[in-house]
Design a protein around this ligand. Sequence first.
Ligand code: ZN
Length: 396
Amino acid sequence: MKNWKKTSLLTTVIILTLLVCLIYLFKISVSIPSSDIEFSPGETNSQVGAEYKGVKPKNIIVFIVDGMGFGHLSLAIQTQQMENSTSVWQEFDIKGWHDARSAYGPLTDSEASGTAMATGTSTNFGHIGIDQDQKPLKNLLEVASENGYTTGIVTDSYVWDGTPAAFSVHIRNEDDARSIMTQMAESDLDLLFGELEDLGEDDIPEKEESLEILSQRFQLLDKNLKLPEGDKASTPVAAIFKEDEVQDLNSIPNLTQLTETALNYMTSKDSPFVLFVESEEMDAASHENDSQRVLKGLKSIQQTLAQVLNFSKTNGETLVLFTADHETGGLAAVANWDEYPNMQIRWSTKNHTAAVVPLFAQGPGAEYFSKVQRNWEIGFCLKNLIRQESTQLIQE
Ligand SMILES: [Zn+2]
């Protein structure tokens, strides 16, 4: 009886061990062996020169679409062609891409990628304006403020979202909305347009407290976006909206109107400016695989981009940089031959992918971004453009 028990126990252990081995082997067989991926060592292989020899732009507009990959771009270009309208995407002089990976590997999130583009240093998931050792990194808007620029943030998402936060604050916890808004109120930021969401949940204060924090620096504007005049014209301003109040072209106001007001504010001052514009619609829609919301969001992005490019052309001294922080959804525009040339949208995931993303530039300084390969090089070039003592400034 004793021997029978021992044999039974041994058999159970052997079966369990085999089962664990099988699960382990199965997992390996369905994932890519890490030895097949050439991981980048980090900020040591840049082909972007430290010295910029070209024309220095007076103003810079950075337009980031959260979650937009080449699939979303293809859809935008194809639908514009079907509507016989001119493709805004073809107006850029420089058309390229960048690899948005985080310091941790091929995937990233808005916090890590936004920080890389804002500061010029690659970092990890959830890190906002800080490096891998949690040390603060100076961002583009801080460098611009130090050099006498007017600075602003416009987003169709909530103001403390990962991307706008990466361009303005330094924090490890992306859910600590109270601290993010407090840092924004203590910054040198001149303009902040965006939403609030998830009010009262966890570290997110209620509406009254959020507005109280922001009003310590900013004059809060009404929905009509009337800017202060006279003695108060140079006061920092904020326009704060409800969750999803700014979504597509039917929204009042929409992203195009917010950006137009921001440009009016920026140009009312004598100083040069850096304006950060974000649309979060591609990420929000793609996490839900919501094709209709993607199509509506693309129209809002295209109209706002057309307005920004038009401003750059008329103004003649403004660099426009358009890019994304990562791709979301693995979107593909495909065809069903029975319905050709109508297209269908297919999704491969509800998460972020490791796809490279578009990087377009137009205006003075655009050529500086033609060699960019990694997201952090964008931040490196932008900060360098501000700091550069260029003798080739456009004649006033
Ligand atoms: Zn996302």
